[in-house]
Design a protein around this ligand. Structure first.
Ligand SMILES: *[C@@H]1O[C@H](CO)[C@@H](O)[C@H](O)[C@H]1NC(C)=O
Ligand SMILES: *[C@@H]1O[C@H](CO)[C@@H](O)[C@H](O)[C@H]1NC(C)=O
Length: 144
């Protein structure tokens, strides 16, 4: 009986060692920070509109500021704010107004790069967009 307890505690020590070795493997890796600035050419009206309501609450207007409205978007992504500046990708996404008082969008965004360097790579962005606030943070959840 005593031998069993000893071997069990030995196993626990070994497990702890294994776990701490695993943790220390990553301890000295520095996180890399990448800053990307881009502009979405987002047009809600006109012949070249890029944003459209595709669903909403029946018998209510489908508007971005109204709870339940779903929008589909395909925006040009550019390096500068001017409409004719160089394109680096497309922002292809859907979002739904997900707050009963209309103040929050839930975003599901794919940033698809089309420039030479990252052609075909993507960043996936998802989360709450409280669009009445001047600055918002939305998670980058994955990419390829
Ligand atoms: C974009 O348009 C502006 C005004 O029409 C022009 O001055 C500028 O040179 C254009 N830029 C590019 C990159 O074509
Ligand atoms: C990006 O990839 C597509 C599909 O392979 C290709 O048609 C296009 O020319 C590429 N663009 C650039 C800028 O390399």
């Amino acid at each position: 009986m005593e031998a069993k307890i000893v071997s069990l505690s030995l196993m626990l020590v070994l497990l702890t060692l294994a776990t701490s070795t695993e943790a220390s493997k990553y301890q000295f890796l520095k996180l890399k920070e990448t800053n990307i600035r881009f502009y979405m050419q987002d047009w809600e009206t006109g012949l070249k509109a890029t944003v459209f309501p595709i669903a909403g609450i029946p018998n209510k207007p489908w508007q971005v500021t109204r709870f339940g409205t779903v929008m589909a978007i395909d925006d040009k992504v550019t390096v500068a704010i001017e409409r004719n500046s160089s394109q680096v990708g497309r922002l292809q996404d859907i979002y739904v107004n997900s707050a009963l008082d209309g103040t929050d969008l839930h975003l599901l965004v794919s940033l698809v790069f089309t420039n030479k360097e990252y052609n075909g790579s993507t960043l996936e962005i998802q989360g709450a967009d409280m669009f009445y606030q001047k600055y918002r943070e939305v998670s980058v959840i994955s990419g390829s």
